[in-house]
Design a binder for this molecule. Sequence first.
Ligand code: ADP
Ligand code: MG
Length: 375
Amino acid sequence: MSADLTVEELEKSFAPGLRPAVDRVSFHVPAGEIVVLLGPSGCGKTTTLRMVAGLERPTGGVISIGGRVVARAATGQLVPAQHREIGMVFQSYAVWPHMTVQENVAYPLRHRKVSRADIRTKVAQALELVGLEDYAGRSVTALSGGQMQRVALARALVYQPQLLLLDEPLSNLDAKLRLRLRDDLRRIIKETGVTALYVTHDQAEAVVLGDRIGVMRDGHLLQMSDPVTLYNRPADLFVANFTGASNMLEGRVGEGGRSIVLPGGGVLPAEIPAGARTGEAAVVAIRPENLLLSAPGNEGAGLHGTVVAETFHGTQTVYQVEALGVTLEAVEMGTVPRFAPGAAVAIQVPAAACRVFTGRAAERTGIDAEGRGGH
Ligand SMILES: Nc1ncnc2c1ncn2[C@@H]1O[C@H](COP(=O)(O)OP(=O)(O)O)[C@@H](O)[C@H]1O
Ligand SMILES: [Mg+2]
């Protein structure tokens, strides 16, 4: 029932002369897996999803669902959307306002000439799956945004599609509902076993939902990995920054290839990528939660610095710390800030937490001036 998805060298050019909105993107989603495409607005996520859905014609490449080619640009082969067995959930609440919850969910089945008894059973199952079994007879207009998205999800799943596509389904919800539905979504998708391709600009959403995450920029797929690999071994500076490594220090590869020398002369122990040469320009990306602050005098801490700013977030505190002639951002969990501006601190920087990029991987394209990309 649930099928794998293969996308090979997929391309979409909306107009000649413009750079393609999707540029030779290739990936595979094994049956039953959730893959998230993550990237800033305009990077080509929706266009990719729409080509998989059959709502947009690729200008290059091949799309196969369950081993069957549904689009091949070279031959013009194109299976229409309604013959692809796909369920879709969009950002906007695409529910029919003049129908009840039950009627909305039953709609795709009516279309498919399923018997009345079967419709009743399947709708009840789908509503239970999304936690709306007590709302069957309600008008959808009486529901909250989160409940409307649950209706949309039930409707997308009711005919047991072989592939589920979701385009920023949580973006219009307020923060609390968004978190609740985010956690529920993964459980619901996994319970059905359906293969899913999920598109978002929100890294936290991607990490919770995805078995694997693909990061996109300017139509390119930069890296596709499981979340732990993505957070700890980002392929380039953009991916590192977009997933939250807000400290980006420029320097040069030190003698012996075990450190980075910063412009002020400071030396940061780091794992240097194979092939990097001594003296080569490099950028070190460090996640703020990987910088460990302690009282000065802590032996074993590599660096010493001064807190220049402190922002209390309720459950964590963000510090700006001057060290090595640069300002570093450090985050500490806890409800009590430990250091005030002006405080001297020791900073532990595990070498494994310093991701070093050289050459093309160190390009800043697409990284905004505020540090954290994409939001
Ligand atoms: N129908 C269209 N015609 C022309 N350009 C489009 C069309 N749809 C999307 N684009 C362009 O393609 C690029 C990728 O858009 P999109 O896939 O919607 O990005 P995302 O979903 O990642 O925000 C953007 O530059 C956008 O302006
Ligand atoms: Mg989009």
